[in-house]
Design a protein around this ligand. Structure first.
Ligand code: NAG
Length: 112
């Protein structure tokens, strides 16, 4: 009986220490609500181009993403949004051209 109490006490102790941390996305401020925000931003960009990215350049897409970042975010998250636009606009453009869903793109950006 004492043994069982000891074991369960240890168990509670381990649990209260917290669940082992899952590897964080590279920007933790983005997790959670930022998944939704990422989808909103991409869907607004799709709307802007009527979902036709045939002759869109990475630079054009970057400018559009900047605009959407500024419209939907502020402060640090806006800066991070600009950083993603800088680093990944060519990659995001390719996925948009291939018809990848916004959610999948946001997953690849580690925001969802
Ligand atoms: C997409 O845009 C290009 C020009 O930018 C045009 O030639 C093409 O017909 C458009 N495609 C569709 C499906 O509207």
């Amino acid at each position: 009986m004492q043994y069982i109490c000891l074991v369960s006490a240890l168990f509670v102790l381990v649990l209260s220490r917290g669940i082992p941390t899952i590897p964080q996305p590279r920007i933790d401020v983005w997790s959670g609500p930022n998944c939704h925000m990422c989808e909103v931003i991409l869907n607004n960009v799709r709307y802007e181009y009527r979902n036709n990215f045939t002759n869109v350049t990475p630079d054009q897409l970057r400018q559009s993403l900047y605009q959407q970042c500024d419209l939907n975010l502020n402060g640090f998250t806006d800066q991070e949004c600009h950083k993603i636009a800088d680093e990944d606009s060519a990659d995001i453009l390719q996925q948009l051209q291939e018809g990848t869903s916004s959610y999948r793109i946001c997953q690849r950006e580690l925001l969802c």
